[in-house]
Design a protein around this ligand. Structure first.
Ligand SMILES: *[C@@H]1O[C@H](CO)[C@@H](O)[C@H](O)[C@H]1NC(C)=O
Ligand SMILES: *[C@@H]1O[C@H](CO)[C@@H](O)[C@H](O)[C@H]1NC(C)=O
Length: 455
């Protein structure tokens, strides 16, 4: 290949992979889909079958959204029912002034409690007159004026979990109302569902949203009860795989393990959702939150902030704004990232992943398997690797190439996404690092030989 700028390579590669992936999924029947779609970018040798991608590419609701997992903020984890339009507007301002919006956190999602307990005489849902006196349309206009998007919440049942009107049997009216306000995203919960199967209750809202003609992200919140990965692929842009997250190490690790089981079902268009981030809410240590954020990014989970962004500590800010970790989860098609420094030495060091394969736990050992290796293939023959120490003592954790799916002969550069520097330019066979108790170190591995031939 002729000598061209790194940026040109980056954009071309992203567009090529992306366009090819879309074309392939549009043309082929599921049974004909390539088992390893990440081989399409000029990769000749198959990667180990440890990454089951047999369901990859069939997850297309077809509304053009969720090519990468959604990012944004949601009111629930921090505020519960205690918020109003002032809080939301201040949050919008904070997302912009802190730079979080520019990093991709662009959905501002109002969770339960925004509505009056009963519909009005015309049968319409009404915003709570005390907390949202200016109405939702006013808020949507404000959010749009800042370049962000508004998400709202309803329920595939009689009532929401906090006993506001649910949308079951009101799907078309409610979707039309949300669209008329300028809503861009719907989180659709599962309370008071009358025991009707979710497979029956969730599609009508998809059709109702579609019928509005407004492009609206459809986030299923079915709590993983009926294993939605198995049936939600053409219904929603994401589906919760678990019960609600709590702000604790126990809850976060449990949820990560459950979401991990469904890795094969994620892909551009539809994502497994292990629930929103608790980073910054105080129930976990800095190291535990760093692991939470790392593993969510690696699992191609939605990155929805759940803390009070008007009042973040420096540590919370450092975690949520780590561009290198976010780029494992997202595609950046602009000059968003900090300009690469002289440390950039490989042409295939692209700062983004259009591939969208959910990384997973590939190996574990030690007491109760608490030394854990999580990894996943990225575009450009790269891998993301997380060494997660779920034991209560510090330890060295080793990832063997065989466990990750690298051939033993492959030499890679290793970039530390939290230290923001290369820790090796020529690792072979395995990689080890010291990891503190409950900490998680995260890396991108890029084959060195491939890098040379590309430049
Ligand atoms: C409605 O669904 C069709 C078929 O999947 C899709 O092409 C179209 O973009 C959707 N429209 C909206 C507004 O979501
Ligand atoms: C900001 O957060 C700190 C703790 O991090 C807390 O003590 C303080 O009350 C918060 N301030 C506001 C205005 O919420």
């Amino acid at each position: 290949m002729a000598k061209i700028s790194g940026k040109h390579v980056l954009l071309t590669a992203i567009l090529y992979v992306y366009i090819t992936a879309v074309a392939v999924t549009a043309r082929l029947l599921p049974s004909e889909l390539p088992l390893h779609p990440y081989l399409i970018n000029g990769q000749h040798k198959p990667i180990s079958k440890i990454y089951d991608t047999s369901k990859y590419g069939i997850l297309q609701l077809g509304n053009g959204l969720a090519n990468t997992p959604q990012m944004g903020w949601n009111s629930w984890n921090y505020f519960r029912c205690d918020f109003d339009e002032k809080v939301i507007k201040e949050t919008v301002d904070a997302l912009v002034t802190t730079g979080l919006a520019k990093l991709g956190y662009n959905y501002v999602n109002i969770d339960d409690c925004w509505a009056e307990p009963t519909r009005n005489s015309e049968g319409k849902i009404v915003p709570d007159s005390k907390s949202f006196p200016s109405g939702v349309k006013d808020l949507a206009d404000y959010i749009h004026s800042k370049g962000l998007k508004l998400g709202i919440y309803s329920d595939a049942g009689l009532y929401t979990c906090q006993i506001r009107p649910g949308s079951l049997k009101h799907e078309y009216d409610d979707a039309a109302l949300f669209a008329s306000w300028g809503v861009d995203y719907l989180k659709y919960d599962n309370c008071f569902n009358l025991g009707i199967e979710p497979e029956e209750r969730y599609p009508p809202m998809r059709d109702a949203l579609n019928a509005t003609g407004r492009t609206i992200f459809y986030s299923l919140c079915e709590w993983g009860v009926n294993n939605p990965a198995l049936w939600a692929s053409k219904i929603g842009n994401s589906w919760r795989t678990t019960d609600d997250i709590e702000d604790s190490w126990e809850s976060m690790t449990t949820i990560a393990d459950i979401n991990n089981k469904w890795a094969a079902y994620a892909g551009p268009g539809g994502w497994n959702d292990p629930d929103m981030l608790e980073v910054g809410n105080g129930g976990m240590t800095f190291e535990e939150y760093r692991g939470h954020f790392s593993i969510w990014a690696l699992m191609k989970a939605p990155l929805i902030i759940g803390c009070d962004v008007r009042n973040m500590t420096a540590e919370t800010y450092d975690i949520l704004t780590n561009e290198e970790v976010i780029s494992v989860n997202q595609v950046f098609l602009n000059d968003l990232l900090t300009p690469p420094s002289s440390s950039v030495i490989f042409a295939n060091e692209i700062s983004s992943d259009p591939l969208g394969v959910q990384g997973k736990k590939v190996d574990s050992y030690g007491p109760d398997g608490c030394y854990q290796i999580w990894a996943g293939p990225l575009s450009e023959q790269r891998f993301v690797l997380a060494l997660w120490n779920r034991c209560s003592k510090p330890s060295t954790i080793t990832a063997n190439w065989g466990a990750i799916g690298l051939e033993s002969s492959t030499t890679v550069s290793v970039r530390d996404l939290w230290k923001h520097k290369y820790v090796s330019l020529n690792s072979a066979t395995s990689f080890s690092a010291h990891v503190d108790a409950h900490a998680c170190e995260m890396y991108i591995l890029a084959p060195v030989a491939a890098a040379r031939s590309a430049s």
